[in-house]
Design a protein around this ligand. Structure first.
Ligand SMILES: [Zn+2]
Length: 425
């Protein structure tokens, strides 16, 4: 075990606390994307002082980007004394809205009882701070290290990452030869390695009808009743079938270790908005339903879609006047980094050194920015690893444990040592 490296991180305990609290004080709420620029500039200024080269990349023209809410990302790079691999730590700086139920100010960065409280404390400003002190401690102890370290603070993860990692990946920031290994310090707990996520297919289904006066529905054709038949078929056939599809992916929580589908929304008929509570008396000629289907490594997207369209086609044959359209809204393929991939093995060695146990390998039920790094950047040596308890994310009184940040920074530093210097010693 490397005592100097671990001591250098212990010496930075107050620093990681102060840094996390300062990051929380930027209310980077998304939507709309508040305070992105000052938060990115704060991170850049910190790292520039340690010798990093910094770039600020605004994702102009991506969803939500305006002069009032510019999508500003920061990428910092430190090149070692000799060529070698590059390890990139990527954290999103955006947070979701605070919401109700807080007993502390969500943007004050309050430190109490060994925890830092605030919106984004665990998801994921604590992880960003831990990765920064891990890199700084490593650079201090091994000033002659080969290769390079990059740290990025990116925006819009909570809204799909289009102005953040997807944009940067499109510009080549997450591709070889620039980057070899990526660690995303999302709050997956300090002794777990997240290898990837399930796939996603979002789609909108619309059933068609024919408008008529509500007092004479027999003269029209009710699109909502047609959608009722769709939902009934989902209940009878699709949901039970999905429930039977179990995966070898170690998804957490365990309930997500199978195929799932959520009905996100349903809209039919005229709006009640203009006369509260009273829509006009019409037979609805359109009903729209959005589905959120999460699928597994064992499934392919074409089959996932065919399960739904098969039901719709059958209804078209069997049900009088039934007609529909279906539109794809989002597609993300499932991802699982292999357990013998270099970044997985390096972080596993760190977990072993600090906790004297093997890591738990997990898969996230939902996606995160790893999808863009794989699909656009073609980097597959990528994991999520960071401090914080996933269940606290997006909740009131969100916090991150100080000891958890320090320990996970040690794991990250050991990971850097393995990936760049080829040793834990
Ligand atoms: Zn997150």
């Amino acid at each position: 075990m490397n005592e100097r490296l671990l001591q250098a991180i212990d010496d930075r305990r107050d620093d990681v606390v102060a840094l996390t609290a300062e990051l929380i004080r930027f209310p980077t709420i998304n939507p709309p994307g508040e305070a992105y620029r000052p938060c990115a500039e704060f991170i850049g200024a910190r790292l520039r002082k340690r010798g990093f080269e910094t770039e600020f990349i605004r994702a102009e023209g991506t969803p939500g980007d305006t002069d009032r809410y510019p999508r500003v990302n920061v990428v910092a790079r430190f090149d070692g004394r000799s060529p070698g691999a590059c390890v990139h730590f990527n954290s999103h700086i955006d947070v979701v809205e605070a919401g109700d139920g807080w007993t502390v100010d969500p943007f004050a960065g309050i430190v109490r009882d060994g925890r830092v409280y605030g919106r984004g404390a665990c998801d994921m400003k604590g992880g960003l701070a831990a990765s920064i002190i891990a890199a700084e401690a490593f650079m201090e102890v091994y000033p002659d290290f080969p290769g390079a370290i990059e740290i990025s603070g990116t925006v819009d993860e909570e809204s799909g990452g289009f102005g953040g990692v997807a944009h940067l990946a499109g510009l080549g920031y997450f591709s070889k030869p620039r980057v070899d290994h990526v660690i995303i310090p999302e709050p997956l707990n300090k002794d777990r390695i997240c290898l990837g996520h399930r796939g996603v297919w979002w789609a909108e289904i619309e059933t068609k009808g024919e408008i008529a006066h509500g007092s004479m529905p027999f003269l029209g054709d009710n699109a909502v009743r047609h959608m009722g038949a769709v939902l009934q078929a989902f209940e009878d056939e699709l949901f039970p079938a999905l429930d039977r599809k179990i995966t070898r992916m170690p998804v957490v929580p365990e309930g997500a270790r199978r195929s799932t589908m959520n009905i996100n929304s349903i809209h039919g008929g005229q709006t009640e908005d203009f006369r509260p509570g009273l829509p006009s008396p019409n037979v609805p000629d359109s009903c729209r339903l959005t589905i959120d289907r999460r699928f597994l490594l064992e499934e392919d997207l074409a089959t996932v879609k065919a399960e739904v369209t098969g039901i719709l086609e059958r209804l078209k044959r069997e049900r009088k006047k039934f007609d529909y359209e279906i539109r794809d809204l989002m597609e993300v393929l499932p991802l699982m980094t292999e357990r013998d991939a270099p970044v997985v093995k390096a972080v596993a060695q760190g977990i072993h050194a600090i906790f004297d146990r093997e890591p738990d390998y997990v898969i996230s039920p939902g996606t995160y920015d790893q999808k863009h790094i794989a699909r656009i950047g073609h980097i597959y040596d990528c994991i999520a690893y960071g401090p914080g308890i996933l269940d606290l994310a997006h909740r009131p009184d969100e916090w991150v444990g100080i000891e958890d940040m320090v320990e996970s920074a040690k794991v990250m530093a050991i990971g850097l040592n393995v990936l760049l210097r080829g040793t834990t010693g």
